[in-house]
Design a protein around this ligand. Structure first.
Ligand code: NAI
Length: 690
């Protein structure tokens, strides 16, 4: 039984009961139909309330049913909706907590809706590459102003009942209450039962003027979609709701849904969803691995990263001690944090009082003694082993036994850092991305001797601070930056061979990246990478030179911050303008090395970039640095702007076919190594990374 049926006087109450979120699985659907006919057959019942349980209405389709035969089993959601809508006795939905997707479509099939102000309603289907498939695109525009409905349907973000009810023309809610929507719905049901009121959403008219507001939304979505189909198809359906009869719109919605649900984009987005969940589980780590208590955190170094990391913890309500070498550096760091919060206040994203509460969670210090009681330290000092040695030696001496010592290093050997302490089991990497308070990704670097409970604790901490965590082994660059180096090198080689920065950027942006490698480099600033390269050239004289990037930096072209990089910029503007200086530099380079420039197609540009990621990903997987291919996808989706509707580099490679990927890698053979052995093996077997 996944519904509960009860009667209170003249009102029957049907409660969805399928924890944790009342997913609309087969047994719930069957339960609604069964309870509804029971109510209709009971002469004393004059109205029906449809409600959830434990303060949740329904989060929509039951994800556990995805891909099983139950998903399509009768009664379908359509059949349930038809039964509710055609009920001769009025049905009132009592909306509390979440009311998403199929849950909202169900509520739209009832005749009246009563909601708590804090409840959240939404149609998130586009986030899985779908459109709502049970009338949502046709009914929501009939009860909300067209623009709001279209934004919800094409963007997938939920809104609170409070926000939606602020529009006096809305017809989504008959009543919005502060608490206990079920009691309010029962009361409302008694009122309408007496008057026999029964309003079907499908019979309401859509504002015909609504079509005019959709033009601007279409332009926005077109500019942003980069090949992602669902939002624009969803918008077509909203236009249908305005222009066509209800049943015609409904049929179009069904056709669009069926097309999308079988397509590769939706499969990619479902993969992304499940991959993020899978990444939290580490094979071999017992489910009952103890988690250490983390109440008090310290961040050492208040530079670019330390500031963002401290904010991340404070945002989650966790107190942070910030340690620096001098009062000036400390003051500078704290001032940066305050300025960052102040800009959120100025934009209306944060209340001024919250700013002060967050600042109050910070304890600045220049004295290691302040770290005696902390549970977790994150080191974010200069990227220099000698500096790290000094810091970890002190940390080992002053922190209490059991305190976890994490390094944010991006290139140094975490095993070596762990060995600087007398407690290597308590040491691991927590590699945040810049800006740390904004970027979702966190690579958790498990060193050779990191103990299981330390790893489990880091994963739990990641969840508390809202990060998408992926476990990586120790290697140069870990998962993300190691692959990025191959991607950048592929871009570099295409420049040398004859492509322009603008051509390469536009090809990969056409694939779905928000920004190509050269626009990205200009945004990040070339000086940091240059400093790292110079240090590495000194350490390893045989290291291949990045001649073009070095030449660019020698000209002082560091990107947006200097008004010139791979592109030119007008003062104060961010629009990238193809640069004659860079064109000349490339021409010089090719003359000097006697390179006849070749034409590279957009398709090949994308292949060279993306397959470079895949090939390095295969090596990372083979070496056990990544636990599974889907973890690599999560890194690229959460940290590197890989288009989500492509599912990540490894998933994408699977959809292309590994034999084709391997063949291309072999043809490009950039460094004479040939394809990764794992890629070659899987290609030969007709296998996939999954
Ligand atoms: P930064 O140069 O902006 O900041 C380093 C801070 O550490 C400075 O404020 C400095 O005063 C302080 N510091 C130096 N020695 C110290 C000591 N002995 N005790 C206490 N504080 C000390 O450097 P950034 O960019 O924040 O990098 C820090 C770490 O994070 C490095 O290991 C870097 O590789 C890593 N990282 C950097 C990323 C980035 O995008 N900048 C991304 C991910 C990791």
């Amino acid at each position: 039984m996944s519904t509960q049926y009860s009667v209170a006087g003249s009102v029957a109450i049907i409660r969805l009961d399928n924890p944790p979120v009342n997913g609309l699985g087969q047994s719930v659907r069957a339960g609604i139909v069964r309870d509804l006919s029971r109510a209709l057959d009971t002469p004393d019942v004059e109205a029906i309330v449809l409600a959830g349980t434990d303060g949740v209405f329904s989060a929509g389709a039951d994800i556990r049913e995805f891909g099983t035969s139950n998903a399509g089993a009768e009664p379908s959601l359509h059949a349930v909706i038809e039964a509710l809508e055609d009920s001769p006795k009025p049905v009132v939905a009592a909306i509390e907590g979440t009311c998403f997707g199929g849950g909202l479509e169900l509520a739209l099939a009832t005749h009246h809706r009563v909601a708590t102000a804090a409840s959240r309603v939404g149609l998130p289907e586009v986030k899985l590459g779908l459109v709502p498939g049970a009338g949502g695109t046709q009914r929501l525009p009939r009860v909300l102003d067209v623009r709001t409905a279209a934004e919800m349907i094409t963007g997938g973000a939920p809104r609170t009942a409070r926000a939606l009810a602020a529009d006096p023309r809305q017809r989504l809610f008959d009543r919005v209450v502060e608490a206990d929507a079920v009691a309010a719905a029962i009361e409302f049901a008694r009122e309408v039962a007496g008057r026999g009121v029964r309003t079907r959403v499908r019979d309401l008219a859509v504002d015909p003027g609504g079509a005019t507001v959709l033009g601007a939304l279409r332009a926005q979505l077109t500019a942003r979609s980069r090949g992602f189909a669902a939002p624009l198809l969803a918008l077509d359906l909203v236009e249908k709701a305005i222009a066509a009869l209800f049943d015609v719109g409904l049929a179009a919605e069904g056709a669009a849904f069926r097309e999308l649900v079988g397509g590769v984009q939706s499969a990619a987005l479902r993969h992304a969803f499940f991959a993020e969940r899978a990444a939290r589980r580490v094979p071999g780590l017992a489910p009952d691995t103890p988690i250490r208590d983390v109440r008090q955190v310290a961040v050492v170094g208040a530079g670019t990263m330390g500031v963002g990391i401290a904010m991340t913890f404070v945002d989650a309500g966790i107190p942070v001690t910030v340690l620096e070498t001098s009062q000036e550096a400390l003051d500078r760091g704290l001032a940066t944090i305050r300025r960052n919060y102040q800009s959120q206040v100025d934009k209306g994203k944060l209340a001024a009082i919250v700013l002060e509460q967050r600042m109050a969670l910070l304890t600045p210090s220049v004295d290691y003694a302040a770290l005696a009681d902390v549970d977790l330290v994150i080191e974010a000092v200069f990227e220099d082993m000698e500096v790290k040695r000094a810091v970890f030696t002190r940390l080992d001496a002053v922190t209490k036994p059991g305190a976890i010592l994490a390094t944010n290093t991006s290139t140094l050997d975490v095993d070596q850092i762990a060995a600087l302490t007398g407690r290597p089991g308590d040491v691991l990497g927590m590699h945040f991305f810049s800006p740390a308070n904004v970027m979702a990704l966190l690579e958790i670097v498990r060193a050779g001797r990191t103990s299981d409970d330390v790893l489990a604790t880091a994963l739990a901490v990641a969840q508390r601070i809202g990060k998408t965590a992926v476990v990586s082994g120790v290697c140069d660059g870990f998962i993300g930056n190691r692959m990025l180096a191959r991607y950048r090198r592929a871009a570099q080689l295409m420049l040398e061979a004859g492509a322009t920065p603008e051509r390469i950027d536009s090809a990969i942006e056409g694939f779905g990246y928000a920004m190509g490698p050269f626009r990205m480099a200009d945004l990040a600033g070339g000086d940091i990478g240059w400093a790292v390269r110079k240090r590495r050239y000194a350490e390893d004289p045989d290291m291949p030179r990045d001649v073009l990037s070095d030449t660019l930096c020698e000209m002082g072209r560091f990107g947006q911050k200097t008004g010139a990089g791979w592109y030119d910029y007008e003062p104060g503007r961010r629009a990238a303008i193809p640069s004659p200086v860079v064109a000349e530099m490339l021409a010089d380079f090719r003359r000097q090395w006697d390179i006849r420039s070749v034409e590279i197609s957009d398709e090949e540009i994308v292949q060279r970039l993306v397959f470079a990621l895949v090939d390095e990903g295969a090596r990372i997987l083979d070496e056990g640095i990544a636990l599974r291919a889907s973890d690599i996808d999560v890194v690229y989706l959460a940290g590197y702007g890989f288009p989500r509707h492509r599912g990540g580099p490894m998933f994408h490679a699977d959809t292309v076919g590994l034999d084709r990927v391997e063949d291309a890698v072999r043809r490009f053979d950039v460094d004479g190594r040939g394809p990764a052995p794992l890629l070659a093996r899987l290609a030969a077997e007709g296998g996939t990374f999954r």
